[in-house]
Structures are given as structure tokens and as C-alpha cells.
Design a protein around this ligand. Structure first.
Ligand SMILES: [Cu+2]
Length: 476
């Protein structure tokens, strides 16, 4: 009886030890499967593969370009017979297209003459962190009547844009945006270098900007989609070119929520740059999703046949004509040069072996001041868990969209490359600063951060960002 008691005690202890050991084994196993042990050399190889893709710093040209940028209230003619009240930069919508050369320093004296506080964010530009224009993260908002000087040397040539980062869903919608074009040696080779700022307005019956912002309808769907699409502030932008001309068309989506599915019927068009950066291999731009924040540079050689050629958006059932190219006049000899590309964009095919440094789960819930909150890992900005990314090392992040809506995720101050989509390898062959996630989609991204500081990471559907879909990464 006594022996049996001891025996059963030993048995219980044994079972307990085995249970503990197996629990420990399971935990260890889970840990290793979540974070497979990778030799540090794989990450180092990925960093090495990246190292010539773009530079840490730019060589200054010595030129300093001083500009004034004023945000104020004004009026524009976008619908015949009406004056539409807007907020604008330097009196027009879009605001100025600032054109500089790579290496130039810009000193932009910004003045706020709006009835609200504001800032200016330089979308896609690798600026010093203090110039990034994010209130509460990189600077204090500029008060009405106040000013702030943005001073930086863009590190990359390409197509960039700027807009407020305060109440963006209202301020951008009212007309506050402009472009920053950083030229390189290719800019002069084209017969024409053209910027098309594609915007979407929700106007009321008097052609005024619909005055209710962040409506529950916008918030529950893909942000505010309007009833008038403009290019460079015109509902029918038409440019003219001669037969045989080779033009560079820089498309920028400044809309709050609308995504454009680009189509270039009857045109010989080739995509050369995405989000400002040259691609590794040029591609057919037909079917490219230009989400809010995205840019696409297209190289077009105009045909010998005179006439009007359209660039359209076929995202919705009814196609929208974005703009037209009228080919007329005497033919010219087509400039002969190879497409500008960046052969140093890494393939990063071995990136699948590397553990994910951070997963961001995107979702929505009831609550907050708008009745719905858009969350990243269960938090709505200004609540967030800061994440550290390692400077000058390969980092891998993942976005998982649990919702049924679109989320063009934008990371400030960095470029990244898509590695996988829904778990399968997905080599786009170019960098981005904004990636569109469809309903229930997931993407993994690789990046080597070269710019230190606190950078926001948010949805560029401005209503989603306004309702919390924003977080901060610290590059150290
Ligand atoms: Cu979103």
C-alpha cells in the first residue's frame, strides 16, 4: 500500500516532468518556426545585394534653391461657370511643380495662411527626419499665421509630391498638394517631360468641395471617392505633341481614396519608374494600379498617325478618361536612347529564408471619435507600439489585411521592395514607398533603411489614416 503510494507519486512526478519537457519542446519549436535561425550571413548577403541600389547620401551640387510656399484659401475653375473654393499652395491647384536637379538643396519658406494648423510632408523624398512634416512625430504643427523653413537635399532623382500631414483627409481634399521633380541626366533627353497630377474631387451641386469630411460612409469603405477626376486641375487635360516625339509622363495620384487602374490604349508606353525610382526592368504600364500616393513614370513614343490618344482609368465599370495627347504637326526624329533603368535593384530571392522582423495586422473596429477605428495591431493612432528597424541592415516586414477594404500602405523616409504576396514569391523588380493591399491580402516587404529617425507608416487612404491607421517605425 505504502510502496504503491510512493510508486504512484513517482509516476505523477514523471508524468509531470514529461509534460513540462514536452511543453518546453513545443514552445521552443514554435519559437524556432516563428523565427527560423538564419545564419547572419544571409541577412548580410541581402544587404550586400542592396548596397548599390541607391546611395546613402547625395553629392551636393552647391546650388541652393530658395522658394516660398504659402498655403491659403482661394478659388479655382474646375467646373465651367463655377468658382470652386479651395485651399491651395501659391494660389493654384495643384500647387507648384518644384523642379530641381539632383544634388540641389531646397530651402522652402513655408507660410500658413489657412484657418487651421498644418505641415508639409515631402512624400517619397528621403529627407532628414526633422523635415518630414509629421506633427507630433517630427515637428510641431505650423499655426495659422506661422511659418517653417523646410531645408533639405533630395537624395534621389524622380517624381515626388508634397501635401499636409495635419487633418490630411480634409486639407488634401481641399486642394493642398504639389509636386517635386528631381531631374537627372535623362530629363533633357525627352522631347517633353510632363507631370500629370491626378486628383479626385467630391463636389456638391454648386461645384463646391463637399463640406462633410470623414463621413461614416467614407470611413467604412475605401475613403472618399469623388464625382470629378482632374489632371492638373482640369477635367479634360490635353497636351499636344508632334508625331515621333518621345515624352516622359509622370503620373501622381493625389486623391484621398481613389485607385486608378491605368490604361494606355493605342499608345506605345513603357513604365520606367515607380514611386520616383527607376525600375530594374521596364514593364507594360497597362494594368498598373496607381493607388493614393503612388507615382508612375511612363516613356511614350508618339505614333506617326495624327489624332487624339487617351490615357484612361479602368478601375471602375465605367472607364474614366484621365487626359489626352493630341498628336499634330510635322513629325520629328524620335530621340534614340535606352530606357533609364536601375540594374542594381536587388532580386532578394533569398529573402524568403529570413525571419520577419515585424508583422502588421490591419483591421477595423467600432469606436473612436468617428464611430469606426482603423487599427494596426489592434491600436489606433495616436496609440501605437513603436517598432525598431535596424539602420543599414536588411529588414523584413509583413502587412496582413484582415479587412475587406483597400489599404495603400506608405512608409515615410524609406523605399521597400515587395517580396511575397499572399505567401507566394512576388518579384516586382522595383522599389516602392506605397504598396496597395487588396481585401484579405498579405505582403512581405524587404528594406534596408538608410535614414535614421522616427518615420510614420500609414494607410494613404486619408480617411483610414485619420481614423487611426498609422504607426511609427524608429530607424536606429
Ligand atoms: Cu486603408
Amino acid at each position: 500500500m505504502h510502496k504503491l503510494f510512493i510508486k504512484s507519486n513517482i509516476l505523477i512526478i514523471l508524468i509531470g516532468v514529461i509534460a513540462l519537457l514536452s511543453l518546453f519542446a513545443i514552445i521552443t519549436y514554435q519559437k524556432t518556426t516563428e523565427h527560423p535561425s538564419v545564419s547572419p550571413s544571409t541577412k548580410e548577403k541581402l544587404r550586400e545585394e542592396f548596397s548599390k541600389a541607391y546611395t546613402k547620401d547625395v553629392t551636393p551640387s552647391g546650388n541652393v534653391i530658395e522658394l516660398e510656399l504659402t498655403a491659403s484659401e482661394g478659388e479655382v475653375d474646375i467646373v465651367d461657370g463655377y468658382k470652386t473654393k479651395v485651399w491651395n499652395y501659391n494660389g493654384s491647384v495643384p500647387g507648384p511643380s518644384i523642379q530641381i536637379k539632383l544634388g540641389d538643396r531646397v530651402k522652402i519658406k513655408f507660410r500658413n495662411e489657412l484657418p487651421q494648423e498644418t505641415t508639409v510632408h515631402w512624400h517619397g523624398v528621403r529627407v532628414p527626419n526633422a523635415m518630414d512634416g509629421v506633427p507630433g512625430v517630427t515637428q510641431d504643427p505650423v499655426q495659422p499665421g506661422g511659418s517653417f523653413t523646410y531645408d533639405f537635399i533630395p537624395k534621389d532623382a524622380g517624381t515626388f509630391w508634397f501635401h499636409p500631414h495635419v487633418r490630411s483627409s480634409e486639407q488634401v481634399e481641399r486642394g493642398l498638394f504639389g509636386t517635386l521633380i528631381v531631374e537627372d541626366e535623362y530629363s533633357d533627353k525627352y522631347n517633353q517631360d510632363i507631370v500629370w497630377v491626378v486628383d479626385d474631387w467630391l463636389l456638391d451641386e454648386n461645384a463646391q468641395v463637399y463640406s462633410k469630411f470623414n463621413t461614416i460612409r467614407d470611413l467604412m469603405h475605401d475613403g472618399r471617392w469623388g464625382n470629378l477626376i482632374t489632371v492638373n486641375g482640369k477635367s479634360q487635360e490635353t497636351i499636344t505633341a508632334r508625331p515621333g516625339e518621345r515624352i516622359r509622363l509622370r503620373l501622381v495620384n493625389t486623391s484621398n481614396g481613389r485607385v486608378y487602374l491605368l490604361n494606355f490604349p493605342k499608345l506605345s508606353a513603357t513604365a520606367i519608374a515607380v514611386d520616383g525610382m527607376y525600375v530594374k526592368k521596364t514593364f507594360d504600364p497597362n494594368g498598373f494600379y496607381l493607388a493614393p500616393g503612388n507615382r508612375l513614370d511612363v516613356d511614350i513614343t508618339l505614333p506617326q498617325d495624327k489624332g487624339e490618344y487617351e490615357v484612361t482609368d479602368i478601375f471602375t465599370k465605367k472607364a474614366n478618361v484621365l487626359g489626352k495627347i493630341r498628336v499634330e504637326g510635322d513629325p520629328v526624329e524620335t530621340p534614340n536612347f535606352s530606357y533609364p533603368t536601375n540594374p542594381n535593384v536587388p532580386d532578394w530571392s533569398e529573402a524568403t529564408q529570413v525571419a520577419t522582423d515585424k508583422t502588421y495586422t490591419l483591421d477595423a473596429r467600432r469606436g473612436g471619435k468617428y464611430g469606426i477605428e482603423w487599427t494596426i495591431n489592434g491600436k489606433a493612432f495616436p496609440d501605437y507600439d513603436p517598432v525598431t528597424l535596424t539602420y543599414n541592415q536588411f529588414n523584413k516586414i509583413k502587412f496582413v489585411n484582415r479587412s475587406s477594404r483597400l489599404h495603400p500602405m506608405h512608409l515615410h523616409g524609406q523605399f521597400f521592395k515587395v517580396l511575397t504576396k499572399n505567401g507566394a514569391p512576388y518579384d516586382e523588380g522595383f522599389f516602392r514607398d506605397t504598396v496597395l493591399l487588396g481585401p484579405k491580402e498579405s505582403v512581405e516587404l524587404g528594406l534596408v533603411p538608410l535614414d535614421k529617425g522616427d518615420w510614420v507608416n500609414h494607410c494613404h487612404i486619408l480617411e483610414h489614416a485619420e481614423a487611426g491607421m498609422m504607426t511609427v517605425v524608429q530607424v536606429k
